[in-house]
Design a protein around this ligand. Sequence first.
Ligand SMILES: [Zn+2]
Ligand SMILES: [Zn+2]
Length: 370
Amino acid sequence: MKARVMIQTGDRRLEMAEREVPMVGPDEGLLRVEACGLCGSDVEQYKGHFTQKGIVRYPVIPGHEPIGIIHEIGAEASRTWGVKKGDRVALEPHLTCGSCPVCLGGRYHLCRSLLQVATPAYGFLSTEFGHGLWGGYGEFIHLHRRTIMHKLPDALPLSVATMYQAIAAGVCWSVHVPQSSFGDTVLILGCGQRGLGAVLACANAGVRNIIVTGLARDRYKLALARTLGAHHTIEVDREDTLTRVMEITGHKGVDVALDVSPGATAPINDAIKAVRVGGTVVLAGLKGGQSSVTIDSDYVVTREITLRGVYSQSYSAYEQALDLIARNVERVKPMHTHSFPLEQAALAIETLAGEREGEEAICVSINPGA
Ligand SMILES: [Zn+2]
Ligand SMILES: [Zn+2]
């Protein structure tokens, strides 16, 4: 059997190809990819940023947010994963050993012990590594025995299901990590898919006041944030973020500030200055390497502010996100704006990246199974 795949062979270069699908061992499986969600990492990978940094090697089949049907499964894998042929699942990207200090300490997504490569994850392993079928931009993914997966609720529409990673990030970064709860005020800096996932998570956690920032050109995303539960929105290029936050909070500041803005470094200082004494700042937005940001450390010390970096999502965040999506299908539907066939993977990435005039993109997916 052969699989049609989209292989990245260079910066901004994707090529359709066919690859042999290897046999499935007793502790392995084969996923027939229905759809693969895209995020900012897909854009960076496409432009070659990850290869330039040495964390991804060409050729590679990208796609780290895949959803599909278990097409074949070994008996041992079926027992371990608790799924059978025909089940629909969503994959966690990271392949981890489960027994090193990092895994046992609970940060399994940061484990580098299993495969001894820079990025041991679906969508980032070269086709020259092992069997090569590691990416969601393809009809099949060959499932490694250490795969972590989540069974999807029956009847969840495919387009909303592809947002599982964005919403899991929202759950993890805006609620679990900073322990936001009933009555809190949370500031979310950035209104991309992860910012909107955070709004949905906070609203469901009973957060009293949800404030979201974005650019004026992203007004459609801020409008959607309101339908997902945001109480206040700030257009950062038209209004001063801190002035508005202090107005809204009666000069108390927010309990939690989450930065999910890509590239810009100003929101890091906005987050620090926006939180109350003893508040928590969660940093999630990657700044493309321009990470030497000047912060007022005395301000952080004397106000006992917690600074916390987050990089991925926990198992429980994924489970709660899938439940949240299943209970809010109609509300989250407008977040998914575009689907593309596998052949148009480049167009999909460029649409998400905002490179296509007039396209209002939020969540975009590639559907190899279409
Ligand atoms: Zn992603
Ligand atoms: Zn490990």
